[in-house]
Design a protein around this ligand. Structure first.
Ligand code: SF4
Ligand code: SF4
Length: 135
């Protein structure tokens, strides 16, 4: 039995379709949705742990990709070092779940870890390397 933690991105045209249930029915996989967000532009993002036989997991991932879902390996953890951060806001423009935002009053970075789906999109944007991902 293997496990993979993945970030699934559903574009607007398939976000309401019942795609993931086939992972159980047709691929004999089980999954655990750890976090789910619908972004402001109606993309769906799910952090999901997939369990099953390795070949079945690969088949299930292929099925998802053929259905239009974008898949990334999720990081295990993320830290944002507030002491290093210079509050430039670059990371906030990349964070689709709005975990990273600038406080409208103080203009300081806010990080809501509960909204983060560990996609890692923000980490390379930081000019002072304040965002660290654990893979
Ligand atoms: S990894 Fe970064 S970009 Fe992705 S959801 Fe978390 S804070 Fe946002
Ligand atoms: S990109 Fe880096 S320095 Fe800029 S706000 Fe984000 S964490 Fe802070």
């Amino acid at each position: 039995m293997a496990k993979r933690k993945l970030v699934l991105t559903f574009p607007e045209d398939i976000v309401t379709k019942p795609i993931t249930y086939r992972l159980v029915k047709d691929y004999d996989l089980s999954f655990n949705i750890l976090r789910a967000e619908v972004t402001p532009d109606m993309e769906g993002k799910i952090l999901l742990e997939l369990s099953g036989d390795i070949p079945k997991i690969e088949e299930g991932i292929n099925y998802l990709q053929e259905s239009g879902v974008t898949i990334q390996e999720a990081a295990r953890d993320i830290t944002v070092d507030k002491k290093e951060c210079i509050h430039c806001g670059l990371c906030t423009s990349l964070c689709m779940t709005q975990s990273l935002t600038l406080d409208p009053e103080t203009k300081k970075l806010l990080f809501d870890k509960d909204k983060c789906i560990l996609c890692g999109l923000c980490s390379n944007s930081c000019p002072v390397d304040a965002i660290k991902l654990k893979m």
